[in-house]
Write a protein that binds this ligand. Sequence first.
Ligand code: EPZ
Length: 419
Amino acid sequence: MEKFCIQGMKPLFGKVQAGGSKNAALPILAATLLSESPSVLHNVPDLLDVQTMVKVLETLGVKVERLSRGTYRIHPGDLNTSNAPYELIRKMRASFLVIGPLISRLQRAHVPLPGGCAIGSRPVDLHLKGFIHLGVKVTTHSGYIEAWSDGLKGDEVYLDFPSVGATENIMMLAATIDDETIIANAAREPEVVDLARFLSAMGAEIEGAGTDTVIVRGVKKLRGCEHYIINDRIEAGTFCVIAAATGGELTVQGVHPSLILSVTTKLEEVGAQVKRVGDQAVCISMEGRPRGTDIKTMPFPGFPTDMQAQFMSLLCLADGVSVVTEAVFENRFAHVGELERMGANIKVEGRSAVVLGVDTLTGTQVTATDLRAGAGLVIAGLAAEGETEIYGISHVDRGYEDLECKLGLLGATIERVSE
Ligand code: EPZ
């Protein structure tokens, strides 16, 4: 096991490039199963979660070739089982995204119900309701989902909540139904749009991706294709907050400023300077203490739940009071206790946390409990006085590629050492 050791209170300066998006790469890797012919994916980030998804595909009999850093060729023609492995679904619930493609290719799927995780119970009822609307039969037994179909049809599917995963799973299944499917109250995240681009390149016709109503006209046979994964807006947003939290100046490259507008707008509210640099970068700088502000996480284009922990770390040092409301997941404040160990003053009331800004945070030992909580603790460590040791950084490695190298190049003193 490894930990990060960070010497804080160093302003970071320079340029940093966002890598490939984890949350676009995972559904698109699953979507390669929809055709029998190979697909080539570029700009795939080198992350633990991607390695897990590759293992899921290989367990299903699919050959995955790593052609170079970030480029993979997937051979789905060898798909030979509809049973997804419990140990991998347990490790990463996004593996559940293979169920739609399995039903499409094999007319059946035997997939473990993904359990909850640190941030919530993570149900999949909306995925299953959508499948049933399209003609899939579903039973659950001993923690597994048994799904099968003897004829699929298009339909209008309404999602009670604009679930990213449910939108993606239903889109993938609908892409191979020679009919029209409408997904109402669909997720609008850029990663859903990237998946729609991939499915269109495979031969499906998709309208409205990125809006709350997606129309899918599928075809029986999709073909493999070549696709360049979009960059990671959450990694970009994380570096924007790092610039403000360390009182430095960073140019964050590779993501259209509109995709992180909710984050940069909140950074301006706390007193950061935000400058757009063309269509693919923003420059963030901060002098003095941030002011307090209120954050409420919402589905895209609202403030991302995946940025909540990172922004809370910044608000811990604000000159003022902030209220952070987590409206997407029911239990995403695990980082609060760790921040309090560093001297933060936070009161959690239900789905809101009241953050009373303090002058300084003090480095100590803390533990990451999930990916974004870990990122939040890295930010707190970079801004804190003294040394911070962050345990459980395998969570951080799930979603951030070479984080300590990128931070080191910007002037941070951060080391990865064994625990
Ligand atoms: C995706 O998870 C992301 N993961 C998450 O990123 C992200 O936090 C989340 O979307 C929200 O943006 C990937 O894309 C791999 P949801 P997903 O379905 O699809 C409820 C990270 O840190 N819900 O939009 O699982 C659910 O309980 C990860 O990179 C149902 O009730 O999120 C939650 O409260 C963490 N029934 C809300 O919807 C369902 O069937 C949002 O979940 C599905 C979801």
